[in-house]
Ligand binder design. Sequence first.
Ligand code: SF4
Length: 330
Amino acid sequence: MKEFYYRRAPDVPGAVALLDADPHARYLAGGTNLVDLMKCGVERPARLVDVRHLPLDRIEPAPDGGLRVGATVTNSDLAAHPDVRSHYPMLTQAVLAGASGQLRNMATVGGNLLQRTRCAYFTDTTKPCNKRTPGSGCPALSGEHHNHAILGASESCVAVHPSDMAVALTALDAVVHYETAHGTGELPLERMYLPVAGTPHRETALPAGALITGVSLPPVPVAARSRYRKVRERASYAFALASVAAAIDIRDGIVRDARLAFGAVASRPWRARAAERALIGAPATAETYAAAAEAELRAARPLPHNGYKVTLVRNLTAAVLSELHEEATR
Ligand code: SF4
């Protein structure tokens, strides 16, 4: 591992000032992804600015009736919070579906959103990779890509975003708050992740040196009945082959509101807007749920070895919506 300087940030302004002074520095929080990437040589920062102890570890009610979650709240604390469990159950389920108990105790909300892809070529510095070394090529296109993207990918990169939490937060219209040396800002999470296009090394729209300070969850009444379902290759812990975050409100046999997002199908959490449009106002039937999944997956462009994901997401979506339907009409 390359040698680096370590510095505990004195406070948020001090943290962003340190990054402003050294654009090659990195923020360190739980370290559950960054430290691994440093060990394998993908990340080689000369300086780490430790932000874990900053006072950003609260979950508080927001004036609009939603929640404000600090960036250094651990995954475990987020999943266990009573307001998250009761108002946004898909979020608790998504967080608990990610990683192991030990990792969730260390990993933070801000770090989770910024974790990098687990594409095996990305973490193998002996291989070319456009995301790691722009212009070097994408061996996954003709190589191992059974867990790569089916939606929104490009010839430059077909990697998927690994976060479970971010899928639920995308379905819930979460907003990311950040601070730089030049002030504060916010971005809807859905817009924070950039389309992959020809620049897969540019992953977010956050300004240079931005420190994520928190995430806002608006009130989402439909989310009180919601679910996150993840399919993975082993039950203990693993990244998703596909996942679905879903919420649905049914009254008088009609779908009145719905939220839907897919995980592990694209370079970012995939908000299934076409499916939501197909659901809202339609009869609450199994046919509607299947048609909604189909509406979203028309845009799928699978690779030779990941076409199974189209079937998997279609079936997963229909199954989760049917389960929520049963709960709502019981
Ligand atoms: Fe790199 Fe993306 Fe290709 Fe993986 S899919 S090798 S991350 S460019």
